[in-house]
Design a protein around this ligand. Structure first.
Ligand code: FMN
Length: 303
């Protein structure tokens, strides 16, 4: 038998694009539990069955492997923070996450595009994971798109399509890069602006931006699209990003100082002021329009 390289195998598995779910249950002692999972799969319509695979490494593994009921919440575009919270947050992940308990005693995450409330059908041990099969007792399905995940990164089809639909001349791709409580900016004669790259290539904007930032000496992890608008010479797309290194080649300023800074253009100034406000509540919208007028799209509140 050949020995497989586990890292290469993980990367190959990771090339399969999935959605993102948070699986919840209530432990025997009443503690609410949840973990982020992309191993969700629908199994059968009649009877209505689904499955998800909790890993034996989970601190909550024993509870999920023996739970009489559980819920699967399919996260919506914009719920990256919820996914991150239930993928490694130490402490009560439910405290910062809007949720409710349904009539079946399952915990539902608010804002999810679909919520499946299940009784446990079967648990099958499978290597370093278990296959937890549930019979769907009740479900809710809301308008909207699910959050995507591939190759270790979240993606949002709707937002990225909106970024591409604005076909124009050259593409200006900017990164609103945070480093803890700070923002990284580049200084120009006209004022500050988010670090940017100019591209004539309209495809694969995220890869172009991520590569461009690395080439400039600032590797970043890109998040959602944040603003898409046309200015006089280019079509501008800005993405949220997190700095991957402690040191930076850009100017580092506290996010709370943004209202006092001079920015290179009026459009950038308005976008950055919106960012400073939204950073306080961590509820980021997507601006689509031109340099003067447009709409900010926020995800609707749902139960
Ligand atoms: C997108 C994504 C998908 C994940 N999918 C699974 C999964 O299907 N099964 C699993 O056991 N862990 C999965 N994880 C990892 C767990 O969410 C993570 O290890 C867990 O929340 C840690 O919880 P603990 O601190 O209570 O052990 C995933 C993480 C992410 C970010």
């Amino acid at each position: 038998m050949t020995t497989l390289d586990p890292h290469a195998l993980r990367r190959a598995f990771g090339s399969f694009m999935t959605g993102v779910t948070v699986v919840t249950t209530i432990a025997a002692d009443g503690t609410p539990l949840g973990f982020t999972a992309n191993s969700f799969c629908s199994v059968s319509l009649n009877p209505p069955l689904l499955l998800v695979c909790p890993g034996k490494f989970l601190s909550s593994y024993d509870s999920f492997a023996h739970c009489p009921r559980f819920a699967v919440n399919v996260l919506a575009e914009g719920q990256e923070e919820v996914a991150n919270t239930f993928a490694g947050f130490k402490g009560d992940g439910f405290a910062p996450t809007p949720h409710c308990e349904d009539d079946h005693g399952n915990i539902l995450i608010k804002g999810a595009v679909a919520q499946f409330s299940c009784t446990t059908h079967r648990v099958v041990e499978a290597g370093d994971h278990a296959i937890l099969m549930g019979e769907v007792e009740d479900f809710h399905h809301h308008e909207g798109r699910g959050l995507g995940y591939t190759a270790g990164q979240f993606f949002s089809l709707g937002l990225e399509r909106a970024a591409l639909e604005h076909a124009g001349r050259t593409a200006l791709l900017g990164a609103i890069i945070t480093q803890g409580e700070d923002i990284l900016l580049e200084k120009t004669e006209a004022g500050y602006r988010p670090p940017q790259v100019i591209s004539t290539e309209r495809q694969d904007v995220r890869r172009t931006l991520a590569w461009g930032m690395s080439a400039r000496g600032q590797p970043v992890t890109l998040g959602s699209a944040y603003a898409v608008f046309d200015d006089a010479s280019s079509q501008c797309s800005y993405f949220l990003a997190k700095a991957e290194t402690a040191a930076t080649v850009f100017t580092r300023r506290p996010i709370r100082d943004i209202p006092e800074l001079t920015f290179a253009t009026q459009a950038i100034s308005e976008m950055m002021r919106r960012f400073a406000l939204e950073a306080e509540t961590r509820s980021f919208g997507l601006y689509v329009g031109d340099a003067r007028r447009g709409d900010v799209h926020h995800l609707p509140e749902r139960t």
